[in-house]
Design a protein around this ligand. Structure first.
Ligand SMILES: Nc1ncnc2c1ncn2[C@@H]1O[C@H](COP(=O)(O)OP(=O)(O)OP(=O)(O)O)[C@@H](O)[C@H]1O
Length: 555
């Protein structure tokens, strides 16, 4: 059982010139424990998602036992079943009403007989629930945060994948649970582990192999001992040293030399003792150099910021004005030809937006289109009962008129999406402040309005980001052999429940933070303006006015 990556490249979804992974080639062999380490944003999670078949590489190929994982943009399901992925904060993936259903969801793709399912659940509970709190009918949401984390890990272990791919598995786990996890990894007799982690102290002594990523490139591939003999490489890649190596380097500054590749306190302590005895000197000289250097701050830890799309450089006031002109112009339309013209203008202002942004608009558009279809259907329905007999009919006229109204609303919604994706949050608020400053003079309650609008726009990109994150999680759990980014209807509850919970949690955090800072909207208006109007912005507004005039003529 081997996993082979051949010159894998991944581009950022919002900017194809930014490479999240660059030409990664490696072969992972059965029975090995491999660590992926690197600075924040170096591409560890991305590499794990590539290995798990959740993300399709833009270049290169990936194979399991020499069989390609991807075929015509679809992942091979038989291979998928052999891979298990646990995400950072795995407790956030829980969605079901009971612990039993949580296990059932993870095991369903394996089509096991009931007795085998029960056996796997029992074993996973024995391993991950030493205190016996996972009563099968209990709600997962009635568990504490740490218990939820254990449960989420248990559901993945129950699927018994050949390859277990884990993203920061010790984050938020108590020491006992970490020890238990290490024991499980050590005792596993088959398959392999790939672990992305910052926790070198815990995992280095266990690892057979370490991969170091630096800005998407593989800069080291070797044993933990070899890595610790080259600590400058770790510092250069923005990774802290393991504690034992730090201690060994610090002792070296006092002239006490110990091999720098003793990865555990159990190995390092006798070596230190031996070195001290050998010196036979009561006096310890002053250190020969300053305290160990902290690894240099990684200014470039994240890759250079992506080049801005043209619309991002436009003054937000121009974009607010354009947005208002589009919305008012669309609201004025009384005929389908007018709506077509509004749609055309929306299409024109959307030119040049990255493809990923346009694709994301579907996530907003699809629920609304469903709502539109339902509204049109319901609005046109009529029930008549002449002389006692019941007749069902459909009024085309009413359906048509509703279709017109909801299409107009749809265009306005998409205008709002355009403004949100072309304008960073800070600029959006700055532009809004500028507009509202004048209304404030006439004593309108603009503070509340400003706060409400800016919150709304803050939430739209957040929802899209969280949607992407949770859809990757359900793809990993549901093992669906479908196109990247797609979600099966049966997986919707597993996606929507955690998504809503995450959004409620974020809203709660935001409210508490605003409460503590006593933000009530006034601050937004008092912010100093940093806007800079350029001639380009005037042309854009002028073009917007022409488009608006056209819309008025057409209506
Ligand atoms: N959906 C996305 N759109 C744009 N950029 C993304 C997306 N997902 C990840 N990135 C970028 O890809 C880079 C690698 O991200 P990744 O999550 O793989 O890093 P990581 O090494 O796992 O970081 P951490 O240690 O913080 O978890 C980061 O610069 C991140 O901003």
């Amino acid at each position: 059982m081997s996993l082979t990556l051949n010159r894998i490249g991944v581009q950022a979804p919002d900017d194809s010139s930014r490479h999240l992974l660059k030409e990664i080639s490696l072969e992972l062999s059965d029975g090995s424990v491999t660590l992926i380490i690197g600075h924040t944003g170096s591409g560890k999670s991305t590499l794990l998602q590539i290995l798990a078949g959740i993300l399709e590489p833009h270049s290169g190929s990936i194979a399991i036992d020499q069989q390609p994982l991807w075929d015509k943009r679809k992942v091979n399901q038989a291979h998928l079943l052999r891979l298990g992925l646990t995400f950072q904060f795995p407790e956030q993936q829980l969605f079901a009403r009971s612990i039993r259903q949580e296990f059932a969801y993870s095991l369903r793709p394996y089509k096991l007989v009931a007795s085998e399912c029960d056996r796997r659940i029992r074993e996973a509970c024995e391993e991950h629930d030493p205190r016996g709190i996972f009563a099968m009918e209990r709600s997962p949401f009635a568990l504490s945060g740490g218990e939820q984390r254990r449960l989420a890990l248990a559901t993945t272990f129950a699927t018994a994948p050949d390859w277990l791919l884990m993203d920061e598995p010790t984050a938020g786990l108590e020491a006992a649970a970490v020890r238990e996890l290490l024991r499980l990894i050590r005792e596993r007799s088959r398959g392999g582990f790939v672990i992305a982690t910052h926790d070198l102290d815990t995992f280095l002594p266990l690892a057979d192999r370490v991969l170091v990523l630096d800005r998407g490139a593989l800069v080291f591939d070797g044993t933990p001992e070899a890595l610790c003999r080259a600590p400058e490489l770790l510092a250069h890649a923005g990774v802290g040293l393991p504690s034992c190596v730090e201690a060994e380097l610090a002792l070296a500054r006092y002239g006490i030399a110990i091999a720098p590749d003793l990865l555990t306190p159990e190995l390092a302590a006798p070596a230190m003792l031996k070195a001290l005895r050998e010196r036979r000197s009561a006096e310890v000289p002053a250190p020969q150099a300053a305290a160990p250097d902290a690894p240099p701050a990684r200014e470039a830890s994240a890759a250079a910021p992506p080049p801005q799309a043209a619309w991002l450089r436009v003054d937000p006031r121009a974009k607010w004005l354009l947005y208002l002109l589009l919305v008012i112009g669309t609201m004025q339309q009384m005929a389908w030809s007018g709506l077509a013209a509004s749609a055309l203008l929306l299409g024109l202002v959307s030119l040049g937006l990255p493809r990923s942004v346009l694709r994301s608009s579907w996530k907003i558009a699809v629920p609304f289109l469903i709502f539109m279809a339902l509204s049109i259907w319901l609005a046109g329905m009529n029930w008549t009962s002449p002389e006692g007999s019941f007749q069902l009919g459909y009024s085309l006229e009413r359906g048509w008129s509703t279709a017109f109204t909801v299409t107009r609303l749809f265009l306005i919604l998409m205008d709002g999406y355009w403004l949100a994706v072309t304008t960073p949050y800070g600029q959006l608020v700055a532009g809004l402040n500028w507009a509202l400053k004048y209304l404030r003079k006439v004593k309108l309650p603009v503070e509340s309005f400003s706060l409400a609008v800016s919150m709304m726009f803050r939430f739209i990109p957040m929802i899209l980001r969280e949607w992407t994150r949770f859809s990757a999680i359900v793809r990993a759990r549901g093992k669906a052999a479908i196109r990247p980014g797609a979600v099966r209807s049966r997986d919707i509850p597993a996606l929507v429940v955690p998504l809503l919970l995450a959004m409620f949690h974020k809203a709660e955090q935001l409210t508490v933070a605003m409460d503590m800072k006593k933000i009530d909207g006034k601050q937004l208006l008092l912010k100093k303006s940093t806007l800079e109007w350029q001639s380009r912005d005037s042309y854009i507004v002028a073009a917007g006015v022409v488009g608006f005039a056209l819309l008025l003529v057409i209506r």
